[in-house]
Design a protein. Structure first.
Length: 350
């Protein structure tokens, strides 16, 4: 049974349907991202789950308790949901320990102190017990915010762009650390983000939101390898669309030459059919064009735009009205190149 179940959720702002009959469930201990472009409805869903906004239709049930329905709209404080924001929202005049134990003041002192110390150890901040928020880094403040939310043993944690303010250098380490904390405490979470890397690292599943509907919900690797439609494919990363003909169960033929295929769809009885594939930068390598070598297939490209990023060069290949940025170790600036397909195609579009 799902821990969180959202069924047929619709939210309208006046005439504007912002969420359109959305279904989403989160299992116990699962971390799920709501990932989508600006305006796709992420915050609106979050507000409906927290009770800050009344849904137009639909049901939200958490741990068997009805939070929202046609007749119920439970107040936020009765939902047993922990909220983590990007600005940490710690109480500035309370110490780390007082912040963490703020929500459990009704618990008897000895048990409260034991719980506070356990949580300090969990977030690896025992030595900051008596520090104040302004004495902490952003990452430390966010760890305290999570410990404070965990103290009340919420059924679900909601993260609203919670890592956006953190220094990119430390952000991913902290995200992994917080994921470990949630997994060790078997805490389920819904993470709202427009940052793909964060969603991939932090979450078990990612729900891609498009215009108020879930376009796809999958594990990060399945989302990357098997996007279900054009929107998800392009939203997950830049690339080039190419038509190709099925040659066999493991090979396609395109204008860029032969493409190895290793996907879930069985192509063995579709030989001869034309399909569409999407090539991403990591699948493409470049070879300098050797005019005397006629064995290489595919068109040649002139590299007129290249930038040196430090660890690699990024060359722009232009193909009709599409372009793609390919990473290479060597510079190909002002040279003619052919593409080399480094990884097989997994998804095909009919
Ligand atoms: N109070 C409101 N009144 C009218 N329309 C609103 C209101 N709040 C949001 N909207 C509209 O609802 C749609 C979804 O907004 P929402 O804030 O949920 O998107 P989002 O995915 O969270 O975007 P962002 O990533 O920019 O925060 C947008 O078209 C927005 O303009």
């Amino acid at each position: 049974m799902s821990l969180l179940s959202i069924k047929n959720l619709s939210v309208n702002y006046g005439e504007h349907a912002v969420i359109k009959g959305l279904d989403l469930s989160i299992a116990s201990g699962e971390i799920v991202a709501l990932f989508g472009p600006s305006g796709s409805g992420k915050s609106t869903i979050l507000k409906a789950v927290t009770g800050l906004l009344k849904q137009t239709t639909g049901d939200v049930v958490l741990s068997g308790k009805v939070l929202n329905s046609g007749t119920v709209n439970l107040p936020t404080e009765q939902r047993n949901i922990g909220l983590i924001f990007q600005d940490y929202a710690l109480f500035p005049h309370l110490t780390v320990f007082e912040n963490i134990t703020f929500g459990i003041q009704n618990v008897e002192k000895k048990a409260r102190h034991k719980k506070g110390d356990e949580l300090l150890a969990l977030i690896k901040m025992a030595e900051y017990k008596n520090s104040y928020p302004h004495q902490l880094s952003g990452g430390q403040q966010q760890r305290v915010a999570i410990a404070r939310a965990l103290a009340t043993q919420p059924d679900l944690l909601l993260f609203d762009e919670a890592f956006s303010n953190l220094d990119p250098q430390f952000r991913f380490e902290l995200i992994e650390e917080i994921r470990d904390i949630l997994k060790s405490t078997k805490t389920a979470a819904l993470f709202v983000t427009h940052n793909q890397n964060e969603a991939f690292i932090f979450c078990d599943k990612i729900a891609v939101l498009h215009q108020g509907e879930i376009a796809q919900i999958d594990t990060p690797s399945d989302l990357f390898d098997y996007p279900v439609n054009e929107f998800v494919t392009e939203f997950i990363g830049a690339g080039v669309w190419l038509p190709a003909v099925i040659k066999s169960e493991s090979e396609l033929q395109s204008e860029w030459g032969p493409l190895p295929y290793k996907g879930k769809t069985d192509l063995s009885d579709r030989v001869g059919e034309t399909i569409i594939v999407y090539l991403r930068p990591h699948q493409i390598g470049l070879n300098a064009l050797n005019e005397s070598d006629t064995s290489m297939a595919g068109p040649s490209f002139s590299i007129a735009s290249e930038r040196f990023v430090g660890e690699f060069y990024e060359s722009t290949l232009t193909w009709h009205d599409q372009s793609i940025k390919v990473r290479t170790h060597d510079s190909f600036y002002n040279q003619k190149v052919r593409v080399r397909i480094k990884q097989p195609i997994k998804q095909v579009y009919f």
